[in-house]
Design a protein. Structure first.
Lengths: 265, 295, 313
């Protein structure tokens, strides 16, 4: 299987702090991978660097084989990587419909001339966006709010909308930055099911989360970061047994961890 | 072009004095920006109020300079307080554009109320010092100018002491650097902000009062100076107090020298071109971004 | 409903010279057309894109001087002057806009302010070009293939035509994807970039279009006044444009047009003195910022929103 996203020796330091000290991993197509690690391990920095929101000191990022190292966010998005944000980002004053159609705008073939002249290309693009919007809103259960301003949604609903927006252009990979942080437990199950469903239909995901149970249930592979480096990689079960991980992150011994695993299964 | 040494010295003296007064105005702006992240468009009108207060006080107390200056400064400080309590306190930290609109509105109202009440005709006012001056060799400086710059110097020393050595000063610097962190250590941003505005207004009002005997007082006198003050806080660095003072004195000197040798015409333009260049090349100003550095 | 009132208002305004022969009234209408359009241009830059640009004043002045100089110094026609106004303003907007939109918010506002003041200084000081404080008086009536727009009612149709064309262009822009993208940029620029859209070309386009429209408006206004001098760049004009945008509602197309028409005519009706008028402007601006930050347009939108929210519960 091909690697959709490949990161080689990514390094990044802020004033006096080495946030990333050589992070490397690869995300296979069609996989759903979790990225976990203690606070300050470099999870968000890695994603910010990959998606172009932070400058990279050294290292390489390849997306579907193309070198996107250091490219600005809009170029990364156009190359096929869509992401969500830890503090949910939406257009609060737009309707849900508009929130989603903008997310697809850059990816259709219609330009402003097409729009002005209402060419067939424009009408086709608009119709396709409409269909996809209904499809995704139905998937996340927000269909009845389609014409409401995004500001009326609850926090959990907003996170779902942000997910839907990221999915609009059918990107090669969707990176979710803490998709269930601050979301209530019933909703978390819902998100799990949605992501699992999308993944079985072929969408590749990279999920950053603190909620280890969520990652354990959802992801077939987990990458653990610690102090700006990859500490371990494997199935959730393997991670739970890995002594280094337990020590650095979970603060558990293999025995107590096994209990955790049983509880999560 | 032969340069007469005494002429140059005279220009330099005038330039420094002018620069110190510019600095008083600009520092107030810098303080307000550092603590509230607001650019106070009404700052020029505060200066103008100080000048007008001076023109009313002086005749009332028999042209005594110091009491008039004190009263004028107090009046403007009070205006600053009012401005904060009634309007600025209602603005939240991130609302930069809104703050501009509010202070712009206040500037319009104050200017036109004064113009309506006192007419647009410029006023001249006299002080106990009259036109007497101090002469060193061939250079002559009037007392009003000397006293004016002395006041400015004392104000800067006072400001330095306040910022570096008092709780209030440290609180101001803390809020300027990091509002949330300051909140966590018990600093009350609103109190600090209110006092910072009052202090900045006082400085500005003092500058206006000091200017009143030196030049013509009119309702629009603040407008011309305020844009130069903007230029200074940009070039000196938003919130960087020593940088602003240095830039101000530099501007005063430059205006004086250029004005003395060339047509005054292009030096204002030059200031704005420099300002635009600095803004585009280094949005933090020529001097390093201070967020209220003291030195 | 909106469309109907818009069309009827447009037709009524177009027929104004037939309703009245008072040059004073028509003069007010000319100002209303021009100021409303200039405010709508500012609305595109500030209301839609979120860029508080004081540069509009500079473009207004440059447009006025460009048109006047084309006619008086270079012997061209009024219409050519307007073309030059648009071209020069667009070029300058792109030149300073490119670095300006890439800096932070604070710097952008101050740069545009500095630019406006710079233009004022140049108008006053570059005497060989602009004739300095004396200005350029005696601007002649526009001439189209021999037909002279000599009287005020005739001139009205130039202002009216300009308003119609410019506002139409702005309408097309604001209701298109481009307009929607501008509003998205204003709301959440990082999200826009994360969705594959580069904000800079959009900001530049809005800035340039705003500049060109304002410049042409300035040219027409100068020939209405029949003189141009540095007072043309008085901050008063910028304040007027801003107040119209804020009271109408930054980002509200129709709100700003309504506010423009009202703010241009009301002071005349009430016969205020110049100072009093400005005081009222200041108070209105203050009230708008605190009590109705979205202007009339925003207030209406909030009401609709509240109803929608109630309906969803």
């Amino acid at each position: 299987m091909t690697a959709v996203l490949q990161i080689d020796q990514l390094c990044k330091s802020f004033v006096g702090v080495q946030a990333l000290a050589g992070v490397s991993f690869a995300i296979e197509e069609g996989s759903i991978t979790g990225l976990i690690g203690p606070n300050g391990s470099g999870k968000s920095t890695t994603i910010d660097c990959v998606s172009g929101f932070q400058k990279i000191d050294s290292g390489r990022v390849l997306l579907s084989g193309k070198d996107i190292t250091g490219r600005p966010p809009q170029a990364v998005a156009r190359a096929g990587l869509m992401r969500t944000f830890q503090t949910v980002r939406l257009y609060e004053r737009f309707s849900l419909r508009d929130n989603l159609t903008i997310a697809a705008q850059q990816f259709d073939a219609a330009g402003w001339v097409d729009e002005l002249l209402r060419t067939a290309r424009y009408r086709d693009a608009t119709a396709a966006a409409e269909t996809r919007t209904s499809e995704l809103l139905g998937l996340v259960g927000l269909s009845r709010y389609v014409d409401a301003d995004a500001s009326v949604l609850s926090y959990g609903q907003k996170k779902l909308l942000a997910l839907a927006a990221a999915l609009m252009p059918r990107p090669a990979i969707v990176v979710l930055d803490e998709p269930v942080a601050g979301v209530n437990p019933t909703r978390i199950r819902e998100v799990e099911d949605i992501l699992r469903g999308l993944n079985s239909a072929g969408q590749t995901f990279l999920v950053i989360e603190h909620n280890v149970e969520f990652i354990t249930n959802l992801c077939r592979r987990v990458i653990v970061l610690d102090q700006g480096r990859k500490l371990a990689e494997g199935t959730p079960a393997e991670i739970h047994r890995d002594a280094r991980v337990l020590e650095a992150y979970l603060g558990l011994t293999p025995e107590t961890s096994a209990t955790e695993m049983q509880g999560a299964a | 072009m032969e340069v007469d040494a005494t002429y140059l010295a005279q220009l330099t003296a005038n330039g420094i004095i002018l620069g110190l007064l510019y600095a008083l105005i600009a520092v107030g702006l810098a303080l307000i920006f550092g603590v509230l992240e607001i650019i106070n468009f009404a700052h020029g009108e505060l200066l103008m109020i100080g000048a007008y207060a001076m023109t009313f006080m002086l005749p009332a107390v028999g042209l005594l300079y110091w009491p008039s200056l004190a009263v004028a400064t107090a009046v403007v400080a009070l205006c600053g307080l009012l401005m904060y309590e009634l309007f600025l306190s209602r603005l939240r930290p991130g609302e930069f554009e809104r703050s501009i609109l509010v202070t712009l509105a206040l500037s319009i109202i104050i200017l036109h109320v004064v113009q309506y009440a006192f007419s647009a005709s410029p006023r001249i006012v006299d002080t106990q010092y009259g036109f007497d001056g101090w002469t060193i060799g061939a250079i002559r400086v009037t007392w009003t100018r000397i006293v004016g710059s002395g006041v400015a110097l004392v104000a800067f020393v006072f400001l330095y002491v306040v910022l570096k050595h008092t709780r209030f000063g440290r609180a101001m610097r803390a809020v300027a650097q990091n509002r949330e962190a300051a909140l966590m250590v018990g600093v009350e941003p609103k109190v600090v902000a209110r006092n910072a505005v009052a202090l900045a207004a006082a400085l500005c009002g003092m500058a206006g009062a000091a200017l009143a005997p030196i030049q013509l007082v009119s309702p629009i006198m603040g407008q011309a100076l305020i844009f130069k003050a903007f230029a200074l806080i940009i070039i000196g660095g938003l919130g960087n107090v020593p940088g602003v003072i240095a830039a101000a004195v530099g501007l005063g000197l430059m205006e004086s020298w250029v004005g003395g040798f060339f047509e005054i015409v292009w030096q204002e333009t030059a200031v704005f071109v420099v300002m635009i260049a600095v803004l585009l090349l280094r949005p933090d100003g020529l001097f390093k971004q201070g967020t209220m550095r003291v030195g | 409903m909106k469309l109907l009132s818009a069309i009827s208002a447009t037709l009524l305004l177009g027929a104004l010279p037939f309703f009245t022969s008072s040059n004073y009234v028509i003069g007010v209408a000319i100002s209303a057309c021009i100021f409303t359009t200039a405010a709508a241009a500012l609305n595109l830059v500030y209301g839609y894109t979120g860029l508080l640009s004081f540069a509009q004043l500079g473009f207004w002045g440059i447009g006025g001087y460009a048109t006047a100089l084309t006619v008086m110094t270079f012997g061209g026609s009024f219409w050519l002057g307007l073309v030059w106004a648009a071209l020069i303003d667009t070029a300058i907007a792109l030149a300073i806009g490119y670095p300006a939109v890439r800096t932070n918010r604070h710097a952008f506002v101050i740069v545009t302010l500095a630019f406006a003041l710079l233009v004022t200084l140049v108008a006053r000081d570059w005497v060989s070009l602009t004739r300095g404080p004396l200005g350029i008086p005696g601007l002649p009536a526009p001439n189209l293939f021999g037909f002279e727009f000599k009287t005020t009612p005739l001139f009205y149709w130039i202002a009216y035509g300009y308003a119609l064309l410019a506002l139409g262009l702005l309408y097309a822009l604001c209701t298109s994807r481009i307009g929607r993208t501008l509003v998205a940029i204003k709301q959440n620029e990082p999200l826009v970039r994360a969705q594959g859209i580069s904000p800079v070309p959009y900001k530049l386009a809005a800035f340039a279009v705003g500049a060109a429209i304002t410049g042409v408006g300035g040219g027409i206004y100068a020939f209405h006044l029949k003189i141009i001098d540095p007072l043309f760049l008085d901050f008063y004009y910028m304040q007027t444009f801003l107040i119209i945008v804020i009271t109408g509602g930054a980002g509200s197309y129709w709100g700003v047009i309504a506010a423009g028409l009202i703010m241009s005519t009301l002071p005349e009706v009430l016969r205020f003195s110049a100072d009093f008028r400005m005081i009222v402007y200041g108070v209105v601006l203050l009230l708008a910022v605190f009590a109705m930050p979205g202007g009339v347009g925003g207030w209406l939108h909030e009401r609709r929103l509240a109803r929608a929210r109630a309906g969803l519960i």
